[in-house]
Design a protein around this ligand. Structure first.
Ligand code: FEO
Length: 170
């Protein structure tokens, strides 16, 4: 049975992951508006990932006999001054999510909730990947600066991303 304190924190994380999906969807729209279809497509993959993260928390709360309680989702920003500014925003956001996951792990350990701790380890690993992949794109955008050929090449590369749902056991 899920303790109330853990249930509340997991419910807040469902909301944080939904907000992440909303933020990436807003960025997809931004990239569509500046005709960078590859970046927009990359964002769509990110939206699907965040929804999947949110649903993992949702399912876990239910599996543990808890009660999911949905809250309103904050309004995301709608425009950025450049692709680099958007990706720097993402990097900061993912670093924040990492700290939220770490707080959840600490709470699970403090509450001696081993099941939650094990469940959260998947997200600890996932955040390392998220920060690394976004950090790499930030670095590339810094190298490109105002070079439009470089930006078009990167856009084409970003468009190749294929989102696949992980195995049920993942
Ligand atoms: Fe669900 Fe991008 O962290």
């Amino acid at each position: 049975m899920l303790k109330k304190k853990m249930q509340k924190a997991l419910n807040e994380q469902i909301n944080a992951e939904m907000y992440s999906a909303y933020l990436y969807l807003s960025m997809e729209s931004y990239f569509q508006s500046i005709s960078l279809g590859g970046f927009a497509s990359w964002m769509r993959g990110q939206v699907q990932e965040e929804l999947m993260h949110s649903m993992k928390f949702y399912d876990f709360v239910n599996e543990r006999g808890g009660r999911v309680s949905l809250d309103s989702i904050n309004k995301p920003e709608t425009s950025w001054k450049s692709p680099l500014a958007a990706f720097e925003h993402i990097l900061k956001h993912e670093q924040l999510v990492t700290s939220l996951i770490n707080d959840l792990v600490e709470l699970a350990i403090g509450e001696k909730d081993h099941a939650s701790n094990i469940f959260l380890q998947w997200f600890v690993t996932e955040q390392v990947e998220e920060e690394a992949s976004v950090g790499e794109i930030v670095d590339k955008l810094k190298l490109i600066q105002d070079n439009s050929s470089g930006l078009f090449l990167l856009d084409a590369e970003m468009g190749k991303r294929v989102f696949t749902l992980p195995q049920a056991s993942a």
